[in-house]
Design a protein. Structure first.
Length: 568
């Protein structure tokens, strides 16, 4: 659950003798140090509200995740160890890593925590936090990480079926044995985390399952699924629709209204006949299953929990993508069925990054991007997510394989954002900050932002300046550079801009007939929370007082003061 506010003084509690004994025994077995980090003994990580924003609080203070997710087969400590120099060079503060059900419970009721222990040991040694990803019943729709003892027993552990009656490599969400086994295993992992990390808080959040969804058809056709589809829509879902009528996702609301806002009946009676109804049906049952798993884990250790979604390619229909997952048009179904889940997250691999962020926040859902394309544009997408949508954090996928210009750009961004984090966290939820990102990286059009009483016209510069190669020949075309950033109104007539490839001009926000001028512009950074100027920019770099420019090819921060004057 999300707390109403951040306490100004974190409650300190003494470790019980039992928790000390558990931690000591685990450390003796794994070789992990129990040296106390700052905040040892504070409340576990939790979500709190600040204005309109939701923030992650770790060791009593808001925490901004500048993260990266390792590849699906890169989460074992022995394999990951060689990549830590690369990860440290990227300046990330959090690693997202999978925990595999089949490795954790190789035989029913027998648990092996070496995978989790190794991740925590390596994270502590390298001074980063962890977000653990539970690869349980589903990973990218399929049940590839279910233990062998579940896979081979298809009588007890029922599979989903297609319309031809063929069994799929997908555990059916309609089978109680599937759900109960996953819930027991997840609860065991969360209990272990509490015992060995409940006072040190290396692990700050947990993802439940991974990219849930039905494929290659829109719904499960097993006997239990068909019986449920013919039965009534659960009263809890109908009550949620009725209570939240005006705030429902438009796609869901239109289906319900088209059927006359029925408050009882079968799925097709309430939502109509078609693939959309099939998907709503699966969303409810996937979410209900996930609720049982998450609730079992939360009973053991109440860390923030979320689910992630594989997004929809343009033109794809339910069944052609992982259908019924935590997608934005199904957010209300997931909220109604899975209150133990704190928020829904997008895995964004498409170029329209800003659009997907908006879709995941349009109903008050907190934004966290656990997977993103790891190319050069990740280095500016993170600015936009944190500033425009008060994101909890951001993490490119396959982070251990990030190299070349993409790695250099992301390292620069994370270093700068680490210095800016106190400023950004203080601004989140207060309406004094905006993200700057073109809707289409291929055709970056100018944008207008209204902030702090000013109208900001932002243009994006993705191309390197032209130059001649040796002998006067034109050089080969350079790859487009990332362009984007953020702006924070830090005082009346004063702003911080951070990012790369931006040019900004200023005008009054209202109808005032005035000219806006630049009093001063400085390039610098924050050191120990204090602004430190590196360059005074009132000349050529501001086009003689006519604009602010963050040049392409590097990230930087500028502090600018404005004034207004009237034409005679």
């Amino acid at each position: 659950m999300i707390c109403d506010r951040i306490s100004t003084c974190a409650c300190r509690t003494m470790l019980t003798w039992m928790s000390v004994a558990c931690a000591a025994a685990w450390c003796a077995a794994t070789g992990v140090s129990v040296a106390e980090p700052p905040g040892q003994g504070t409340a576990p990580p939790r979500l709190v509200r600040q204005g309109s924003a939701t923030q992650l609080v770790v060791d009593g203070a808001p925490f901004l995740i500048l993260g990266g997710e390792v590849g699906n087969s890169s989460g074992e400590a022995d394999y990951l160890r060689d990549f830590w120099p690369t990860l440290r060079a990227l300046n990330l503060n959090t690693l997202l890593a999978p925990v595999y059900w089949d490795r954790t419970e190789p035989a029913e009721g027998q648990f092996d925590y070496r995978l989790v222990d190794g991740l925590i040991r390596e994270a502590r040694a390298n001074h980063v936090r962890l977000v653990l990803l539970w690869f349980g019943s589903w990973k990218n729709s399929m049940s590839c990480y279910a233990p062998a003892w579940i896979k081979v027993d298809t009588t007890r552990f029922i599979r989903a079926r297609d319309s031809a009656g063929r069994s799929l490599e997908i555990l059916s969400p309609f089978a109680a044995a599937n759900r109960e086994s996953d819930a027991r295993a997840f609860a065991a992992v969360m209990r272990h985390l509490r015992e060995i990390d409940g006072d040190l808080h290396t692990v700050v959040m947990v993802q439940v399952e991974n990219e849930i969804g039905m494929i290659p058809e829109a719904r499960d056709r097993s006997a239990a699924a068909d019986a449920a589809f013919a039965g009534p829509v659960p009263a809890a879902l109908v009550e949620y629709l009725r209570r939240n009528d005006e705030q429902l996702a438009p796609e869901l609301r239109s289906l319900w209204l088209a059927q006359g806002r029925k408050t009882s009946g079968s799925w097709e009676q309430v939502f109509g006949h078609g693939l959309a109804t099939d998907e709503i049906f699966m969303a409810w049952h996937f979410a209900s299953y996930t609720q049982a798993v998450a609730a079992a884990g939360r009973t053991e250790y109440g860390l923030p929990m979320f689910v992630n979604a594989a997004l929809i390619r343009p033109g794809y229909l339910p069944g052609q993508y992982p259908s019924g997952g935590p997608l934005p048009h199904l957010i209300d179904v997931w909220r109604a069925a899975a209150p133990a889940i704190d928020f829904l997250s997008p895995d964004i691999y498409f170029p329209n990054f800003a659009e997907w962020c908006r879709r995941y926040t349009r109903s008050g859902n907190p934004l966290f991007v656990p997977e993103a394309q790891r190319g050069a544009d990740a280095s500016v997408n993170v600015f936009y997510a944190l500033a425009q949508h008060d994101a909890i954090g951001f993490a490119p996928f396959g982070i251990e394989s990030t190299t070349g210009p993409a790695a250099a750009s992301l390292a620069q961004s994370y270093e700068l954002l680490g210095a800016l984090a106190p400023t950004l966290l203080a601004a989140q939820g207060r309406g004094i900050m905006a993200g700057l990102l073109p809707e289409s990286p291929e055709q970056p059009q100018p944008q207008q932002v209204i902030l702090g009483g000013y109208s900001l016209r932002v243009t994006y510069e993705r191309q390197a300046p032209p130059s001649l190669a040796e002998g006067g020949a034109a050089p080969p075309a350079a790859a487009p550079r990332p362009a984007g950033g953020l702006v924070v109104a830090i005082a009346p007539d004063e702003f911080l801009f951070a990012g790369t490839g931006l040019t900004v001009t200023f005008a009054p926000a209202g109808s005032e007939n005035a000219v806006v001028g630049i009093l001063s512009a400085e390039e610098g950074t924050f050191v120990n929370g204090q602004w430190t100027r590196r360059r005074w920019l009132n000349g050529d770099q501001t086009h003689q007082g006519r604009h602010l420019r963050l040049e392409p090819g590097r990230v930087s921060v500028q502090r600018i003061r404005l004034y207004r004057y009237h034409e005679p």
